[in-house]
Design a protein around this ligand. Structure first.
Ligand SMILES: [Zn+2]
Length: 266
């Protein structure tokens, strides 16, 4: 057996080399992390903000949250968010992204190819442009004509929608439901891009019957939904994601159809 003997100077040199290698590895590691970070659109405290404000997010398991985070990041990379006389804070950007993901969470390859920019107004806004497609005294709108591919949302309504999470109202989810509906070319309450053909006639019938009942007898569904089938679809989508249990109890047929539309395993 041969014992390897290192001259003390050699031993020191060897140790120094080891330290140097470690330092280089550490620098590379830190550099990689900071590069990954700078590519991300997520603010540093995104996880705390989403947990605090988004009930849907709180109810996901760890893997679900990771997937949600990734999709928030992708959404924020793809869609420009601009404040118009309003300061857009991290929380606003996150809530818009959350509103976009919640309805299509189970449709993992979903992309809003019909949306390029979201304009954030402070509380209410006067519009000099086409008012078609505005909601509830302008809480939000999906643009048409010159504003094709643009969504407008008010900061106040956006936040209220998530702060009050037990009232079946969420403006962001409402506007994204319109975009989902619009993806097939028409905003008519029938999201043909995700609803199987064999259910289309049944869904149309169901919407019309419910609107008729709402008009005649009133309803726990927001009466704004009785405006037409387009608004009905957006309003019932809000109800479905905000208070699923209540919708299931009060309107099992609608609930079942929305499960089908949004691919929620029942
Ligand atoms: Zn609407």
């Amino acid at each position: 057996m041969k014992i390897l003997y290192l001259h003390p100077i050699m031993a020191i040199a060897f140790q120094a080399l080891c330290v140097l290698v470690l330092i280089v590895l550490l620098i590379l590691f830190v550099f990689r992390i900071s590069r990954t970070k700078s590519n991300s659109q997520l603010p540093e405290n995104y996880s705390e903000l989403l947990t605090e404000y988004v009930k849907f997010y709180r109810q996901l398991d760890e893997r679900g949250k990771e997937m949600f985070d990734k999709r928030v990041d992708q959404f924020l990379s793809a869609v420009k968010i601009t404040g118009v006389n309003a300061i857009v804070e991290d929380i606003d950007r996150l809530l818009i992204a959350a509103g976009s993901i919640i309805p299509v969470y189970s449709i993992t390859d979903w992309q809003y190819i019909n949306l390029h920019e979201v304009l954030v107004y402070p509380g209410s806004f006067n519009m000099d442009f086409d008012q078609e497609g505005t909601d509830r005294n302008i809480a939000g709108m999906v643009g048409t004509g010159a504003l094709q591919h643009v969504m407008i949302i008010t900061k106040w309504q956006l936040r209220q929608g998530f702060i009050n999470n037990n009232d079946a109202h969420n403006t962001a989810i409402h506007e994204f439901a319109h975009l989902i509906d619009k993806m097939d070319g028409t905003m008519d309450g029938v999201p043909e891009i995700i609803l199987e053909k064999r259910y289309v006639a049944q869904w149309k019938q169901m919407m019309e019957t419910t609107i008729e009942q709402m008009k005649n007898y009133g309803s726990d569904i927001d009466m704004y939904g009785a405006t037409n089938t387009t608004e009905f679809f957006a309003v019932i989508t809000e109800y479905f994601f905000e208070q699923p249990d209540l919708l299931k109890a009060n309107h099992p047929g609608l609930y079942e159809m929305l499960e089908r539309i949004y691919k929620i395993a029942g």
